[in-house]
Design a binder for this molecule. Structure first.
Ligand code: MD3
Ligand code: FE
Length: 203
């Protein structure tokens, strides 16, 4: 079912729960080629979230800054192709939220271990901010924080669970958002982790 969060943002609860196992298998296959990696931010901090990517472009960060690139800056390898099932899911979820014709070129996969978090930030490294972002949550649940257009604005908290899909577009595209520290647990398909897949149009 669809749960509006704000203008341009909607949670499609449990949309891909039945595909969760197949999606996780694809995630594990991608990670077998380009392992999850705790990147170092330009400020010198090791991120608690481990990341990998698939698709034409992948997001990463290192001493030079944040960037989309065709190669994994950690290994020099090209990113594995985006599985057709991933692309179909992203396009269909975006269409359900009113963004017809979404064609992602980048897919970032985040892995959260107990205690891992993402502090409030904006996603603005993509060229065309009129394009939405589609996010898929798998494995352990996490508390998502959803703020305003200034870091100091009040935040709403929403639990994101296995199979939830969120589409962020329109005015919500530039809202501050983050993930609270992951509570430990064991998920039958994902073990001790939460995975989040985001689909983006980077260029
Ligand atoms: C709201 N990931 O990778 S997904 C990220 O669960 C990121 O791993 C979180 O924030 C995660 O950048 C949250 C939900 C999400 C993704 C993109 C957004 C929310 C967003 C862009 C704009 C506003
Ligand atoms: Fe983000």
């Amino acid at each position: 079912w669809a749960e509006p969060l704000a203008e341009g943002a909607v949670i499609l609860r449990r949309l891909v729960r039945d595909e969760g196992e197949a999606l996780l298998k694809s995630v594990f296959a991608i990670a077998a080629q380009n392992p999850f990696h705790h990147r170092i931010t330009p400020g010198g901090h090791r991120m608690s979230v481990a990341m990998t990517n698939c698709g034409d472009l992948g997001w990463s960060t290192d001493s030079r800054g944040y960037q989309y690139s065709e190669h994994d800056t950690a290994t020099g390898h090209q990113w594995p192709p985006m599985p057709d099932s991933f692309r179909a899911l992203a396009t269909s979820a975006a269409a359900q939220a009113g963004f017809a014709g979404f064609n992602p070129d980048a897919c970032l996969i985040n892995r959260y271990e107990p205690g891992a978090k993402l502090t409030l930030h904006q996603d603005k490294d993509e060229k065309d901010l009129r394009q939405p972002i589609v996010s898929v949550s798998l494995g352990l649940p996490a508390v998502f924080q959803f703020g305003g257009f200034d870091r100091a604005d009040a935040t709403q908290r929403v639990l994101l669970e296995h199979g939830d899909v969120v589409v962020w577009g329109g005015p919500s595209r530039l809202r501050f958002h983050g993930i609270m520290p992951l509570k430990p647990g064991i998920h039958p398909l994902a073990g001790p982790y939460r995975y989040n897949i985001t689909f983006r149009r980077a260029l």
